[in-house]
Design a protein around this ligand. Structure first.
Ligand code: PLP
Length: 418
């Protein structure tokens, strides 16, 4: 039996990449006759066997709807679904499980805040402050509601290295700003933003801060209480869990005053044709049948990540980032985007004279999966004056050999594209 001391000491030993890779069945496949090199983890991460089996087991042994049945399967399904809420609350150190709204992902979480929190409070001339490095989810969701009332979305600038200019962000926190939003880790640049500092400045001015934690939750230890933000959005499929899962954390006092975003079953207290009263948060925001099996899988993903230890996976990813940065900067004609001092394992680049999509297509023929395009960050592409980049995004199961394979393949395809 494992003692607590065993598990603490195993969390101190470095990760064994060969053993870890065996947990991810998909990593063993071939693409175009070559071993897959999966470097698109910021897009979606691969799933460990525990997650795949938890979803499979749910459908084979438990499948029932949540909260609607008193029969055994219904109770088991509800318990399994609600257990993931508990796991998420512990994972991001939320003060209460009732502050965790289960959503289909970050996009739904941000839209929930836009429609339920921001829209009723916004008026003409108001502003929502974000940064130049946001994903469209943290731009367009605000634009859609701002347009309705004549408010606008404004952005704080970044440096060419891809760091937020904190003083400029703070200078823009004027009384017109009704909400601020920042990405915790940029999906294009890897920049880790100083959320604590930003949250402190927002708090001093009474402005709520929403953090887009899509790329942070899988790689950093997130503590929403230590960060001091007001809303934190995350997505399950980047956290090694199933697609269509995610969460919004919000302070209890904010959730309590938010009207529902969707109406339907499971979110009410009483309904009549004279009017409806709503359930308390978080169920007020979870209308209809959720992705129950997906959330069961997300619970398994959190257990898996906790079992490895975020300190160990983080250390492994920093080491991979250092190796990849050193290797890519030696490639002639390669331009790297994002050299922040605090950075996660995301490397965006272009090669002189080659279009990002051509490069990614040729890399695919070498078995290498990278993303090319604007990465849902048009304003950031405009800032750098490029239409697209190629992005290699790493996870703890990647290896130095895979990075070397990428660098060799880039050298090969450069010649083809020259
Ligand atoms: N925010 C960031 C920084 C992202 O990287 C992504 C996904 O790529 C999202 C938001 C949207 O996440 P989802 O599509 O899972 O809702």
């Amino acid at each position: 039996m494992n003692t607590q001391a065993d598990s603490v000491s195993s969390q101190r030993t470095p990760l064994d990449a060969t053993r870890i890779r065996a947990d991810f069945p998909l990593l063993a496949r071939q693409v175009h006759g070559k071993p897959l090199v999966y470097l698109d983890n910021a897009n979606t991460a691969q799933k460990p066997r525990e997650v795949i089996e938890a979803v499979d087991r749910f459908y084979r042994q438990t499948n029932a709807n949540v909260s609607r049945a008193v029969h055994t399967l219904g109770e088991e399904a509800t318990a399994a679904y609600e257990a993931t809420r508990d796991k998420l609350a512990r994972f991001i150190h939320a003060p209460s499980r009732d502050e965790i709204v289960l959503t289909s992902g970050t996009t739904q979480a941000i839209n929930l805040v836009a429609y339920s929190y921001a829209l009723p409070r916004l008026k003409a001339g108001d502003e929502i402050l974000v940064t130049t490095m946001e994903h469209h989810a943290n731009i367009v969701s605000w634009q859609v509601i701002a347009e309705r009332v004549g408010a606008k979305v404004v952005a704080a600038p970044i440096t060419p290295a891809g760091e937020l200019i904190v003083d400029e962000f703070i200078a823009r926190l004027t009384p017109r700003v009704k909400l601020a939003g920042v990405v915790h880790v940029s999906n294009v640049l890897g920049t880790i933003n100083p959320v604590r500092e930003l949250a402190k400045a927002c708090r001093a001015r009474g402005i709520p801060l929403l953090v887009d934690g899509s790329q942070a939750a899988p790689h950093l230890r997130v503590d929403v209480q230590a960060l001091g933000c007001d809303f934190y959005a995350l997505t399950g499929h980047k956290l090694f869990g199933p697609t269509g899962t995610g969460a919004l954390w919000a302070r209890k006092e904010l959730l309590r005053d938010m009207p529902p975003f969707f109406g339907g079953g499971e979110m009410i207290r009483t309904v009549s044709f004279d009017g409806t009263t709503f359930a308390d948060p978080p169920h007020r925001f979870e209308a209809g049948t959720p992705n129950i099996a997906g959330f069961v899988g997300l619970g398994a993903a959190i257990d898996y990540v906790n079992g490895l230890g975020l300190d160990r996976t983080g250390a492994r990813e920093r080491e991979l980032l250092d190796h990849a940065t050193a290797a890519l900067t030696c490639v002639p004609g390669l331009r790297l985007f994002g050299q922040a001092r605090e950075k996660a394992a995301v490397l965006s680049f272009l090669i002189d004279g080659a279009h990002a999509h051509d490069l990614a297509t040729l890399l695919d023929h070498e078995g290498i999966a990278v993303r090319s395009g604007h990465h849902c960050a048009h304003p950031l592409m405009q800032f750098y004056g490029v239409p697209a980049t190629v992005r290699a995004s790493l996870a703890f199961y990647n290896t130095h050999e895979e990075i070397d394979t990428l660098v060799r393949a880039i050298a090969k395809v450069r010649k083809l594209l020259a």
